[in-house]
Design a protein around this ligand. Structure first.
Ligand code: PLP
Length: 467
């Protein structure tokens, strides 16, 4: 049996530190996309599971030697794919400490530190987003699980009002729940409904406008046709356009029907931290639950999402675990198992605490404002090129671009830019037409990064246009 040896820790951690520093140094300069695919990665990594094992530092070297080719530079200031945040230095460093402490942050008795950091971070987030201060908050793996957690609380809440105990009796024989979303809601809402046994056939999709905003009139009409418990899922920040559903109006309609209003604000909820953007999310505080991500716009390393529920009792009842062998607290101490689907879990709220503490309100505001300014800058630079059309109102950090009014050309420009390597972004289909998606979600993206990236995109477009 090996014994605890600080020398070996030091050797491995020193090596990891050196390798991480080299990776970070290269990050702003390297080709932004992953260069190698499965073949190269399997060739590099595949080996029989040996009997004797190997030296840990050699394993670190092996992995790191493949990293520049086999990873995307997601934390690069010129990575604009999907909606992917970078990582602040303090967030990354805190994440290292979280691994070092190796806490199971599921219950307070194991980690008073993790529990208190999450409790304080939860309070800061409620203040930053200006949501009810006594809402329940859970730190989950991402917005998928935040949507799941919030909708589990919603399922509990609407069935409780209908006189049904879903935690004890499940859904067999329960009143049928209807769920209403817009045609543009995120796929993770559908997935959450599958996990929750509600099923996607319970979904009613109401029409959205050209920007992807739910039409309140369509919602009102739909609700008038539904009987029994209803959950409405609105959206703050469409994954393509960045558009916000008209939340105040929607909240009024949902209230009148005594339904539950959930808002998917994976990145859009962060608009609440900005004086100049918060009007976009006006009325969001009237909802019953909110799902968001910290690994997107707060720029903590993967993974971290946040589920917030107005009625903390609905939240807790939907999530709590009680077992004889657990030492659970009856007092003020926070047991994370009460607020999230996981049992054992990483102390993922601690990097949120450290990042918010480091940035302060002004820091978060300039992060959000800065990304949106870079998005507008790229949109303006691209729109100035003949044959290039920006398809969305750039209200937030998302830009949709079409080239030569042609699907094939647009897809070719996306592929060409990915291959060229100055920046990385992906494509989508928006209202039946191909488009390039640009998402600016990284604290480190400068005006120069945005300008260089726009130039690279235009260069690729020009080279493909004539063909
Ligand atoms: C990214 C995103 C999600 C899913 O979040 P994950 O963190 O990937 O689980 C849900 N909704 C919207 C609007 C998103 O942008």
């Amino acid at each position: 049996m090996a014994r605890f040896d600080t020398t070996e820790f030091a050797q491995c951690l020193d090596k990891a530190h050196a390798l991480a520093s080299a990776y970070l140094q290269d990050l702003p300069h390297r080709h932004v996309g992953a260069r190698h695919g499965r073949d190269e990665m399997m060739a590099a990594l595949r080996a029989p599971l040996s009997r004797q094992g190997e030296d840990g530092r050699a394993v670190l070297d092996l992995l790191a030697s493949q990293a520049a080719q086999g990873t995307s530079a997601c934390a690069s200031p010129r990575y604009f794919g999907f909606v992917i945040g970078g990582a602040y230095p303090v967030a990354l460093a805190t994440d290292w400490l979280v691994s070092t402490w190796d806490q199971n942050a599921g219950i307070h008795v194991i980690s008073p530190l993790a529990a208190a950091a999450e409790e304080v971070a939860a309070q800061w987030l409620r203040e930053l987003f200006d949501l009810p201060r006594d809402s329940g908050v859970g730190f989950v793996t991402g917005c998928q699980m935040a949507n799941f957690t919030c909708l589990a609380a919603a399922r509990h809440g609407v069935l409780r009002r209908a006189g049904w105990d879903v935690e004890a009796d499940g859904l067999y024989g329960a009143p049928r729940i209807h769920v209403v979303t817009s045609a543009e809601s995120h796929i993770t809402i559908d997935v959450a409904l599958r996990y929750l046994g509600i099923g996607t056939r319970a979904l009613h999709r109401v029409e959205a406008d050209a920007q992807g905003r739910m039409l309140p009139e369509a919602l009102r009409e739909k609700l008038a046709t539904l009987e029994g418990p209803v959950i409405v899922c609105a959206q703050a920040g469409n994954v393509n356009t960045g558009a916000f559903d008209p939340l105040r109006e929607i909240a009024g309609i949902v209230r009148a029907r005594d339904a539950w209003l959930h808002v998917d604000g994976a990145f859009g909820l962060w608009a609440r931290a900005s004086q100049s953007l918060r009007a976009l999310a006006d009325g969001i505080e009237l909802a019953d639950s909110w799902a968001t991500d910290a690994h997107k716009w707060l720029n903590v390393p993967y993974d971290c999402g946040v589920a917030i529920v107005r009625n903390a009792e609905d939240h807790r009842t939907a999530m709590t675990s009680v077992a004889a062998y657990l030492i659970q607290t009856g007092g003020l101490e926070r047991d994370a198992v009460d607020w999230v689907p996981e049992f054992s879990r990483r102390a993922r709220g601690v990097p949120v605490y450290a990042t918010l503490r480091t940035l302060g309100r002004d820091g978060v505001e300039s992060l959000v404002d800065g990304c949106c300014a870079r998005a507008r800058q790229m949109a303006a630079l691209l729109a100035a090129e003949e044959g290039v059309r920006v398809r969305n109102d750039v209200v937030l950090n998302q830009v949709l671009v079409r080239f030569g009014e042609d699907d094939d050309l647009t897809r070719a420009v996306v592929a060409g830019v990915q291959d060229e390597g100055t920046c990385w972004l992906s494509g989508t289909t928006w209202h039946d037409l191909a488009a390039m998606r640009i998402s600016v979600s990284n604290w480190a993206t400068t005006e120069d990064d945005a300008a260089r990236s726009a130039e690279a995109i235009v260069r690729v477009f020009r080279s493909l246009r004539g063909r």
